[in-house]
Design a binder for this molecule. Structure first.
Ligand SMILES: N[C@@H](Cc1ccccc1)C(=O)O
Length: 517
């Protein structure tokens, strides 16, 4: 037996020991008292008690503790007397023991609203009778003028003691409580659960053997190693439930992360990555895309033109001349072109690129199909800032060029791309001067109950491909990235992505499965 107990003792946690020792001194302490005395905190006391109870060392009883207290109204009544008591006193002071109803308020000094209550209780307590507007004291009333009722006893006792334990009330006070309870607003009963610990035989036996508390070591010191003390130390076990401070490790910005995710999707689909300058010539940004020089998108209100450098270099003459011809009369493509005089100077203008599509035409000019290329970059438009518009944002641009490429392949690539990112998109017919057929992808924003546009795409027109020297079909797309991030991170305002809102950035989970190496 002893051997067994020793084993149990050895396995006791320091909190269990502290609790047992405390109970050994006095079993009647409340958990709160023990928590203060042992400096353990109430949670630790209760969990140590639970653990001791599970080993049959102590028993934990749950008690309901019900206290009665005066309400604010109750305190006032306790100081001034019950309204019916005031009326009874007033009746006692009259010669014939009666008062006219209409004089009641004035004679008994109670407020109008208390009259009804006073009458009700006078009758219920049989202190007075009412007949034809006259209140008359009864025999019972007379004999009660000097005696406190049980309800009054309780009120006074509460005024003195603040609160009383319901289970300890004597019979008078119990009856008083019943009466007061009927009045609704004078007393209140507060129920509280408490626990009481009781040492069982095993607990008593353990205490008899005696418990020593060796404070746990939480740190190893140089000295302990030197003195060889470390061997006899009692090491505090790791508490994996302990509270810990929140830490906010560094992490990639959500926009950066989604860009990396997008890059991975295309790299995994076998696309090669390309890039281009932010400051671009109008030639690559517009002219190479068969966008006429008077096209609305080129207007100052849509495009940022740059003063310095004011002009960009144009590519080789052959390409420039072919492009000029195409704009003017369609060149060899069978198209009529736009039918205007193409102006070199307009093509030389420098712009902050309005899309990344110029990267694609430049890439086609410099590379031979078959090819698959994508690029991610920042683009600029003179947009009014709203929850879904910013004057600068990111696009992912891409092309696939090969003999048998067609519009179905385009839809296939886009579907695959969005699916890999976890989005469901719908396609709508669209128009771009440089593609035919053209389509736009949209996603439904539940918050705004609206479809928002994700980006455009289409098959490059022959007018685009011919001057570049490409004679196979090319599918092309240019998709916005910020809006994807909005949905991915559940933010209803695109501006959030550019605010240094620490709280939001901190709370975004780190791990969304994308590595940033
Ligand atoms: N450049 C278009 C998208 C697009 C790219 C390629 C082909 C067709 C459309 C935009 O910015 O919206």
């Amino acid at each position: 037996m002893n051997e067994n107990i020793n084993k149990i003792i050895n396995e006791l946690h320091i909190y269990e020991k502290k609790l047992l020792i405390s109970l050994g001194e006095n079993e009647n302490k409340s958990p709160d008292e023990i928590a203060i005395e042992t400096d353990m905190g109430i949670k630790s006391v209760m969990s140590a008690a639970g653990s001791l109870a599970s080993k049959d060392i102590i028993q934990v009883n749950t008690l309901l503790d019900s206290k009665v207290v005066l309400t604010d109204v109750g305190v006032e009544i306790a100081n001034n007397g019950l309204p019916e008591r005031k009326v009874l006193s007033a009746l006692g002071e009259t010669n014939n023991g009666s008062i006219q109803m209409k004089d009641l308020a004035q004679k008994s000094k109670i407020s109008g609203s208390d009259i009804k209550i006073a009458i009700g209780w006078l009758v219920r307590k049989d202190w007075a009778k009412i007949n034809k507007g006259i209140i008359t004291i009864t025999e019972n009333g007379k004999s009660n003028t000097e005696i406190q009722g049980n309800d009054e006893k309780l009120i006074n006792s509460l005024l003195e003691n603040n609160q009383l334990d319901i289970f300890n009330l004597d019979d008078d006070l119990k009856e008083g409580l019943d009466l007061l309870n009927d009045r609704k607003n004078l007393v209140e009963i507060i129920d509280k659960k408490t626990h009481k610990f009781h040492l069982l035989d095993l607990g008593i036996a353990i205490l008899k053997i005696g418990l020593t508390i060796q404070e746990d070591a939480t740190q190893l010191t140089h000295q302990q190693l030197k003195d060889n003390n470390w061997k006899s130390l009692n090491y505090r076990p790791y508490d994996i439930n302990a509270e810990f401070p929140k830490i906010f490790p560094g992490k990639g910005h959500p926009l950066r992360r989604i860009i990396e995710e997008i890059r991975n999707v295309f790299l995994n689909l076998g696309f090669s990555e390309s890039n281009g300058p932010i400051l671009e010539s109008a030639f690559w940004n517009f002219d190479s895309l068969f966008q006429p020089q008077d096209h609305a998108a080129r207007e100052m209100q849509d495009t940022f033109y740059v003063k310095n450098p004011k002009e960009a270099y144009l590519p080789d003459n052959e390409l420039v001349n072919k492009t000029a011809l195409l704009h003017e009369n369609g060149g060899n493509t069978g198209s009529d072109g736009w039918g205007y005089k193409w102006d070199k100077d307009i093509a030389k203008q420098t712009v902050l690129r309005t899309h990344t599509t110029g990267i694609s035409t430049k890439f086609l000019h410099e590379n031979q199909p078959p090819l698959k290329m994508f690029s991610v970059g920042r683009v600029f438009r003179r947009e009014t800032i709203t929850y879904k518009h910013l004057p600068e944002f990111h696009q992912v641009e891409g092309i696939v060029a090969d003999k048998n490429i067609n519009y179905q392949n385009l839809l296939g690539v886009l579907k695959e791309f969005y699916k890999k990112l976890g989005f469901e998109v719908r396609f709508r017919p669209a128009y771009f001067p440089y593609t035919y057929l053209s389509t736009e992808c949209e996603v439904y924003l539940e918050d705004k109950e609206a479809w928002i546009e994700f980006g455009g795409s289409g098959m490059f027109r022959p007018e685009v491909l011919e001057p570049l020297g490409i004679n196979v079909p090319v599918l092309a797309f240019g998709l916005g990235i910020e809006r994807l991030a909005m949905i991915r991170y559940d933010i209803s305002d695109i501006r959030m992505l550019y605010k240094s809102d620490i709280k939001w950035l901190r709370e975004i989970p780190i791990d969304n499965g994308i590595s940033l190496e």
